[in-house]
Design a protein around this ligand. Sequence first.
Ligand code: APR
Ligand code: PHB
Length: 397
Amino acid sequence: MSATPLRTQVGIIGAGPSGLLLSHLLHLAGIDSVVLETRSRDYVEQRVRAGLLEQGSVETLTEAGVADRLHREGLVHHGIELRFDGVGHRIPLTDLTGKVVTIYGQQEVVKDLIAARLAAGARRDHAPILFEVEDVAVHDVTGAAPRITFRHGGVDHVLDCDFIGGCDGFHGICRPAIPDLAIYERVYPFAWLGILSRSRPVSEELIYARHAEGFALATMRSNIVSRLYLQCAPDEDLALWPDERIWAELHRRLGCGAELEEGEIFQKGVTPMRSFVCETMRHGRLFLAGDAAHIVPPTGAKGMNLAIADIRVLARGLERFYAKGGTELLDRYAEICLRRIWKGQRFSWWMTSMLHRFDGEDPFEHRVQVAELDYVSTSRAAMTTLAENYVGLPFEV
Ligand code: APR
Ligand code: PHB
């Protein structure tokens, strides 16, 4: 069965932070969009991901009017701890940069954006977000009238639009629809085993620990929920990680005693580690943003922040197009985003290299790694470098 064609100004594929924020910023600028998402609303709202927002990301969400709960529930942090050779060293982020970071789960950002889109969309003649769509495909993206075809509720649809936002994450269909991609990539020989536990955070601030057995990170979601990570093998079998083994390993690598509370573990998962940049972020009227264009290993907590930065540029470019008809900013979209993306890549790769155990590493490399940590925790200049990247580099637009 085929339905009559739908029409919008910007067709957006993917209801992660990128697609939802794009749709919301466009709405604030009076531009109509439809978001198409393969998963259910429940699924995207429950999907556990990282949860650290740079100050600029919080400001972006605040200016967009979607940060009331973030300001109520988010945990503001002024420093982090690097722990190695069993000793902790604080990096005073705020003293060094005047800025803070905020802990707030990515799925909470997603919930807030969905609520805002649905509230605004209730007054429109088409739904702002369609969940559980199938067979999404893009067409005619190099012409003036691109189209998206998809299936929803057993009916085939065509969405006519002026532009397409390819916000469908790393495994989406938008990037593969572009020919001759310029791709740069690094896959790491390890992953992170992450858990959520009903227990008080080990400390008020995040602890990044380097240990001979591998990296560990103690972070949190609230004052009663801890988020803890352990370096593991890329193909790690979770069945080999009963709760007791996870706790024993966390105690060992974090060098913690009773301050590491062993609460009920209610979520366990393995996060792969990859650095990936697709420099072809635009093909005609199709624009890639967020994870569809780039992936970072989670050590620098940059994934969601880089996505938000892309969307700022894309939304502004589209706003200018509709207001004045010019495409100068859209034409510079990839160039503007890539400058910041590559700095985020560099930082995430550097944090990853400094803090993980590399199998087969020779003693020389190991000593250089420890010297780097020692330098970063004792030199104010080096600490400032880490801190200004961690809290977020300035936006380009
Ligand atoms: N059609 C429609 N939706 C799709 C398709 C498709 N063919 N393929 C994937 N999607 C959806 C996914 O289900 C997901 O909800 O696109 C969305 C992409 O969202 P994210 O993966 O969260 O990517 P993005 O919005 O760019 O956010 C980047 O996500 O993985 C983290 O570390 C990353 O924090 C960063 C953030
Ligand atoms: C998280 O809270 O999930 C988190 C924080 C910092 C990181 C990675 C993940 O570097």
